[in-house]
Design a protein around this ligand. Structure first.
Ligand SMILES: [Zn+2]
Length: 151
């Protein structure tokens, strides 16, 4: 038995919407995905990583589009994790020496870094429609990244 989540995180890793916006988003997610096992809001003081689980395929450099080895990436993840959170410092990519923080790399499928997330467990709605994504961006007052986690 496997589980799926749809998680919404701000593209700005440090952004946390206020409580009223969080509650509106949870109510709307429950309407959009009434079969979901759970709708959960997560807020952390430090920046956390939100992965896509088994949907992970590769990581590419935003400057030259080369694929970046997961070994290099894992080492930078270890470097960047300090006192219970990610600092999102800049690192020179091994392909073209461009300087990027870990949240600027291109993840397939999308993954991301945030202090706020709202997710639905086993939402049973397939992909979130563009219309609903835009609606959540209005509710939460920020641009969002949609993460499909499969475990
Ligand atoms: Zn590059």
């Amino acid at each position: 038995m496997s589980d799926n989540w749809i998680a919404l995180i701000p593209k700005d890793p440090r952004y946390v919407p206020d409580g009223a916006r969080q509650n509106l988003a949870r109510d709307r997610f429950a309407e959009i995905a009434p079969d979901a096992d759970e709708i959960e809001i997560k807020v952390t003081d430090k920046i956390s990583f939100f992965d896509c689980g088994a949907n992970f395929e590769r990581i590419c450099c935003p400057s030259c589009n080369s694929e970046i080895s997961t070994e290099w990436w894992q080492d930078r993840m270890d470097d960047d994790y300090v006192d219970g959170g990610f600092t999102l410092a800049g690192y020179e990519t091994p392909c073209c020496n461009a300087r990027h923080s870990l949240d600027q790399l291109l993840y397939e499928w999308p993954q991301g870094f945030a202090r706020f997330a709202i997710d639905a467990m086993n939402p049973n709605i397939g992909k979130l429609s563009n219309q609903h994504e835009t609606e959540f961006e209005d509710i939460l007052g920020t641009s969002l990244r949609v993460i499909y986690q499969h475990i």
